[in-house]
Design a protein around this ligand. Structure first.
Ligand SMILES: *[C@@H]1O[C@H](CO)[C@@H](O)[C@H](O)[C@H]1NC(C)=O
Ligand SMILES: *[C@@H]1O[C@H](CO)[C@@H](O)[C@H](O)[C@H]1NC(C)=O
Ligand SMILES: *[C@@H]1O[C@H](CO)[C@@H](O)[C@H](O)[C@H]1NC(C)=O
Length: 291
């Protein structure tokens, strides 16, 4: 058992791979893969940070070939499975330790507990916000440019890479729905908060585009109101399965994200953005602990 969980969770990802197979020939399906996001994608960037949001110790990694690595789960993450489906040589290394040789094949910038907003998840300790992940990416692009010789060669290389971005869950569970620690809940309605998040995400995705990303898959948020953490905090009766007002707020975000993806495709015609529907996901692996 790994972090992909039930088979039907895999379906949208398989569709993505199917799409890629029709756009790229030869093996592997893409020459490189860059990853942004939170604990669902992190493969060890938080290991050296001072934070409770770390996972480089058991029982994390008990089913992973190398044992604990910093992945927030027992086995592979969704982005590991994607790397396998794309027939990449190996899993994508964390940016924190990636070598110049491997950086040509991509890097994983994701950081557990992080969000679209800078303050999100801070009560756990250090983390790498989406803004900082994008800064690290720009450093990686300079390294690539040095290796490949010039900007044109670097941009040409990056245009062939897959990018996945999965962020926003912690802006809800470790920000908006922790009103004792964060003020956003009293500052914004769920509709306003979704707008604020989407506007900031829009700028972040444009930054990614500006620095070479052309094939971008964006993971929607799962049903966060079904996480044991949220049911524990907000479930009113013992048999409540999910906190529906949280799922409703997340749905507003996802609907806006679908529209954003459509808008990006309409405006940035030399790029392709894909929305991945994660709403069916019921279990959250380590994220169930709120990290
Ligand atoms: C960039 O580098 C590539 C090979 O790495 C070379 O073919 C090309 O002429 C260079 N372009 C410029 C503008 O220097
Ligand atoms: C697309 O372009 C229109 C017109 O310039 C602009 O109003 C809109 O914000 C853009 N949307 C996206 C998602 O880029
Ligand atoms: C995502 O899938 C769920 C069912 O799992 C469906 O209810 C929802 O409408 C889908 N959302 C989008 C944006 O396609």
């Amino acid at each position: 058992m790994d972090c992909m969980g039930k088979m039907w969770r895999v379906v949208p990802v398989l569709l993505l791979v199917f799409y890629l197979q029709h756009c790229a020939h030869g093996e592997p399906e893409v020459p490189c893969y860059f990853i942004f996001g939170d604990s669902l994608s992190d493969s060890g960037n938080n290991n050296k940070l001072v934070t409770l949001g770390r996972a480089n110790f058991p029982p994390n990694g008990i089913d992973f070939p190398n044992g604990p690595t910093g992945r927030f789960c027992n086995g592979r993450t969704i982005v590991d499975v994607l790397a396998e489906l794309l027939k990449l040589e190996d899993y994508i290394p964390p940016y924190a330790t990636v070598s110049d040789y491997r950086i040509l094949q991509g890097a994983n910038f994701a950081s557990g507990s992080s969000g679209i907003r800078d303050e999100t998840g801070r009560h756990y300790g250090d983390l790498i916000t989406m803004k900082e992940q994008l800064k690290n990416y720009q450093i990686a692009v300079s390294r690539l440019t040095n290796i490949l010789g010039n900007d044109t060669a670097a941009m040409d290389h990056l245009s062939k890479c897959l990018f996945t971005v999965g962020i926003g869950s912690h802006d809800y569970i470790n920000n908006y729905y922790l009103p004792q620690l964060y003020p956003t809940n009293s500052e914004y309605t769920p509709v306003q908060y979704a707008s604020v998040l989407i506007n900031q995400y829009f700028q972040q995705l444009k930054t990614l585009y500006k620095h070479g990303a052309r094939k971008v898959a964006i993971l929607g948020l799962g049903r966060l109101g079904c996480m044991p953490l949220e049911v524990g905090l907000y479930g009113e009766v013992a048999d409540t399965e999910c906190v529906e007002f949280i799922n409703d707020a997340v749905q507003i975000f996802n609907d806006r994200l679908v529209r954003l993806v459509d808008g990006l495709n309409a405006n940035l015609t030399d790029a392709h953005f894909t929305y991945i529907n994660m709403s069916g996901i019921q279990s959250f692996d380590a994220a169930a602990f709120g990290i």
